[in-house]
Write a protein that binds this ligand. Structure first.
Ligand SMILES: O=C(O)CCC(=O)C(=O)O
Ligand SMILES: [Fe+2]
Length: 449
C-alpha cells in the first residue's frame, strides 16, 4: 500500500544550471543543516538504500540499479527518454530460458532472470505486451477499484458503487457533473466519537504475526474492526479524488488494521484475465533451474519440504492488492506474511511509470538488490529465501511512461494516458491457501468437534 508524501516540483532536477536544481539545493542545505549524523549511522542497510533512492536532492544515481530493458532494442525509445536509467550489468543475475507453454497470451519475452543472492526471485522483463498492459490498466481502474472491492478511499468517503474511476469517466463523457463526494464521517453527524479511534500522528507500522496452517484459525477469528473515517475529511470533487486512489483489494479480503485476511467476509473473486496472466508466468518458469543452486534446507520450505515441482499445476492465486502510486509515493520495506502459503509464488506486475524496487533478505540487515521495474515487467517472489524477504518501492520515476501507453489506438485511451503520466500501477497477486483448502469450512468443522 503506497503512502503519499508531500508534493515537490516535478521540474528537471538533473540539470545543475536550472532554477529547479538551485532551489532544491538551497532547500536541501537548509533541511540537512542540523541532520543527526549518528542517527544515520544506525540505519539498517535496507533503510540506507531506501533513503538514497528516495532522495529528492541530489537526484539518485541509478547506475547500480539493474535495468534489463536497456538490453532490449525494442524498448530503446522507452529507456532513452528522460533521465532515469539503470544498467543491465549492475547486479549479479543469470538469464534462464522459459518453458514453451504453447498458450497464446501476453508472453512477449522469452527470457527470465534469476538472482544468486536471492534464490526464488525471478524477473520477467516485458512479460506483458503493449495491448496486454493497456487491458490490465483498464481492468485495474474500471473493474477492481470499485464495489464490492475495498479501496483506501472507502474508509473516508461515501463512494459511488461504480467506483471513483468509472464516475470520473462518466463526468468526462458529460453524463454527470464533477460532483462532490461526501466524507463518510458526515453519515454520523451526531457522533462526536468515531467508532474506533484512529491512531494519532503518522500511520502506525503494524508488525503482524506470520500466518501458518497452525495459527490461521486464531488469526482469522481475531477482531477486525473497520477503520474509522476521519472527522476532518472535507467533501471533494470526483476529479480531485481520482489521484488519491492508492489501493484496491482483490480476492480474499485484507484487513489493513491487523494486516491479516478477514476470512469471515468470504472469498472475493480474482478476474479470469489476471489469474491466467499470473498462472502463465508461473507455468513459464523453469523452477528446476531457479532452485538448482538453492542452499536452503528442506525444513525452510515447511513441513512438506520443497514443493516447487507442483507449482505448474497447483499454483492458484486467490488474493491480491492493486497498488496505485503517484510519482511522489513510496512503499516502505515490508514482508508479505499474511498468507498461509509461505513459499508459493507471489506474482507482481508493473504498469505505467517505472520504479526502483528493493528486495533484501529475511531481516532489514541484508543489503537490498535495486531493480528498475518498467511497464510490462513481472516479478515472481517465491521460496523460503525470497517470499518472506523485505522489499519496498522507495521511488517512482517521473517522466518514464513508455510511448505505447502515451497514446493508444482509440481516443478513449487519452484519459488513461493522462492519468498514467504520473502514476505507476502494481498488481500484486498471492496464493493464501493451498489449492483445495477451504478455510471457512475448516474453521466451522473444527469449531464443532
Ligand atoms: O509495487 C510493487 O512493486 C510492490 C508492491 C508490494 O510489495 C505489495 O503490494 O506488497
Ligand atoms: Fe509486498
Amino acid at each position: 500500500m503506497p503512502t503519499a508524501t508531500t508534493s515537490v516540483s516535478a521540474a528537471d532536477l538533473h540539470d545543475p544550471t536550472s532554477a529547479a536544481y538551485k532551489r532544491a539545493r538551497r532547500r536541501h542545505l537548509k533541511v540537512t543543516r542540523n541532520r543527526n549524523q549518528d542517527a544515520e549511522a544506525d540505519w539498517t542497510p535496507f533503510r540506507a538504500a531506501e533513503k538514497r533512492y528516495k532522495a529528492r536532492f541530489p537526484p539518485p544515481d541509478l547506475s547500480d540499479v539493474l535495468d534489463l530493458a536497456t538490453l532490449d532494442v525494442s524498448r530503446s525509445e522507452e529507456t532513452s527518454r528522460g533521465r532515469w536509467r539503470g544498467r543491465a550489468d549492475a547486479v549479479a543475475c543469470r538469464e534462464i530460458e522459459l518453458n514453451d507453454c504453447g498458450d497464446a497470451g501476453p508472453l512477449t519475452s522469452r527470457k527470465a532472470y534469476i538472482f544468486p543472492d536471492t534464490p526464488g526471485l525471478v524477473l520477467l522483463p516485458s512479460f506483458i505486451d503493449a495491448e496486454g498492459q493497456r487491458q490490465l490498466v483498464r481492468w485495474a481502474l474500471c473493474e477492481q477499484a470499485r464495489h464490492p472491492n475495498e479501496t483506501n478511499l472507502d474508509t473516508h468517503y461515501v463512494l459511488p458503487e461504480v467506483g471513483i474511476w468509472n464516475k470520473y469517466l462518466d463526468m468526462l463523457r458529460e453524463l454527470c457533473e464533477d460532483e462532490y463526494i461526501q466524507p463518510r464521517a458526515s453519515l454520523h453527524p451526531n457522533t462526536s466519537e468515531p467508532p474506533v479511534a484512529e491512531p494519532q500522528g503518522s500511520r502506525r507500522l503494524i508488525s503482524n504475526e506470520p500466518a501458518s496452517k497452525c495459527n490461521y484459525e486464531t488469526l482469522s477469528s481475531a477482531l477486525k474492526p473497520p477503520a474509522a473515517p476521519s472527522s476532518s475529511t472535507q467533501p471533494i470533487r470526483v476529479s480531485a479524488l481520482v489521484p488519491k486512489l492508492r489501493w484496491a483489494n482483490i480476492g480474499w479480503s485484507y484487513h489493513w488494521g491487523t494486516k491479516q485476511y478477514d476470512f469471515c467476509k468470504g472469498k472475493g473473486t480474482i478476474s479470469q484475465e489476471v489469474r491466467s496472466v499470473c498462472k502463465q508466468a508461473v507455468r513459464a518458469v523453469r523452477w528446476d533451474r531457479v532452485f538448482e543452486d538453492d542452499k536452503s534446507s528442506d525444513g525452510d520450505w515447511g513441513e512438506d519440504g520443497p514443493d516447487w515441482g507442483s507449482w505448474k499445476e497447483v499454483y492458484e492465486p486467490d488474493a491480491g492488492i492493486v497498488n496505485f502510486y503517484q510519482t511522489k509515493d513510496t512503499l516502505m520495506a515490508h514482508v508479505d506474511r499474511s498468507e498461509v502459503c509461505a513459499t508459493s509464488p507471489l506474482v507482481s506486475i508493473s504498469l505505467g511509470c517505472a520504479a526502483v524496487f528493493l528486495i533484501g533478505g529475511l531481516t532489514r540487515d541484508v543489503k537490498p538488490t535495486p531493480i528498475l521495474l518498467r511497464s510490462g515487467d513481472a516479478v515472481i517472489m517465491s521460496g523460503p529465501a525470497c517470499r518472506r524477504a523485505y522489499h519496498g518501492v522507495p521511488r517512482v520515476l517521473e517522466g518514464t511512461l513508455p510511448p505505447h501507453l502515451e497514446s493508444g489506438e482509440d481516443r478513449e485511451w487519452t484519459v488513461y494516458a493522462e492519468y498514467l503520466r504520473n502514476t505507476r500501477i502494481n498488481i500484486n497477486v498471492r496464493q493464501v491457501f493451498p489449492r483445495g483448502f477451504d478455510p471457512i469450512h475448516s474453521i466451522q468443522t473444527e469449531g464443532k468437534t
